[in-house]
Design a protein around this ligand. Structure first.
Ligand SMILES: [Cu+2]
Length: 310
């Protein structure tokens, strides 16, 4: 009898904890304030500077994060000191683009409020013409919309965001952008930024951890064939939506303006290069090495991306 009572209590505790685990997160308001900053940023491990156009001085822009069903209150300020109009297109939003994505003239601030209804990883970018140049110069980034159900995806032990793009040494060479005569392909705005043998700093993880990478392809033109050398993606979700689950994938094809969430669990210590298997682009700078070791340090979501000089 005593035993049965204990079992009953255990059952109730079990049910309660289940209910708590699945209870929906209360919707919140997320304020995001971006300023268009035309500034110099460092684009390689030698310290080469580049005249970028950025959100908040950062190439790529800061990661925006909210939960499905939240309200995002976004404002974009374009200071008078800039040379051109800029704008914002969040792929996570579903709204009229003429009103919401309109060019913000110099000296103006534009506000947009929206509720992302689909979870996942999405691209954002400036859409002012020539859009190919505004994206290539750095006005792009990632927005993560976490699912309302916190158990919709397996729990990740650590997460990184990688935004891939092509880079033209001459940021004013719009014709070269149309001709696809680019000099580099990069993750998070830096040539071999995460390659420790080429002057960069690697991404890190511990053996057995589930490492989640949000891979966003900013293009502007090339497709990414995102592959972990020496590993296989345990799972991949197109657009990061839990409904779009793939298992045991060697390479995910991420088109320009698209994104994937991919998980890898690495059992053994060592170096695992994450590349676009479109090799022209990997060998021109789009290799990020994941170093797996027992004493891996904790790194931010988008490591080593810092605002440039004002
Ligand atoms: Cu712009």
């Amino acid at each position: 009898m005593k035993y049965a009572k204990l079992m009953g209590i255990a059952l109730i505790v079990g049910l309660v904890s289940t209910v708590v685990d699945y209870s929906p997160v209360l919707a919140k308001t997320v304020k995001v304030e971006f300023t268009a900053v035309e500034t110099e940023v460092v684009i390689d491990n030698k310290g080469t500077t580049y005249k970028a156009w950025t959100f908040n001085g950062q190439f790529p822009g800061p990661v925006v994060r909210a939960t499905e069903g939240d309200t995002i209150e976004f404002s974009l300020t374009n200071p008078k000191t800039n040379t051109t109009a800029h704008s914002m297109d969040f792929h996570a939003g579903e709204m009229d683009f003429l009103t919401n994505h309109k060019p913000v003239e110099r000296g103006e601030t534009h506000k947009v409020t929206f509720t992302p209804k689909k979870p996942g990883i999405f691209f954002y970018h400036c859409g002012v013409q020539p859009m190919i140049q505004h994206i290539a110069r750095g006005m792009m980034g990632a927005i993560i919309i976490d699912p309302k159900d916190p158990n919709a995806l397996p729990k990740a032990d650590r997460e990184y965001v990688l935004v891939q793009s092509e880079l033209w040494k001459n940021p004013d060479d719009v014709q070269g952008m149309f001709d696809r005569k680019y000099d580099h392909a990069v993750f998070n705005g830096g040539v071999f930024k995460y390659h420790p043998f080429l002057g960069g700093k690697p991404l890190e993880a511990k053996p057995g951890e589930r490492v989640r990478i949000y891979i966003v392809n900013a293009g502007p033109n090339n497709f990414s064939a995102f592959h972990p050398i020496g590993e296989i993606w345990d799972n991949a979700w197109a657009s990061g939506n839990p409904a779009n689950k793939l298992t045991g994938v060697q390479t995910v094809v991420v088109g320009p303006g698209d994104a994937y969430t991919v998980d890898v669990v690495v059992e053994n210590e060592g170096g695992y290069p994450l590349v676009t298997h479109s090799l022209t682009d990997a060998l021109r700078g789009a290799i990020a090495v994941l170093v797996v070791k027992k004493d891996a340090q904790t790194l931010p979501l988008m490591p080593y991306v810092t605002p440039g000089k004002k």
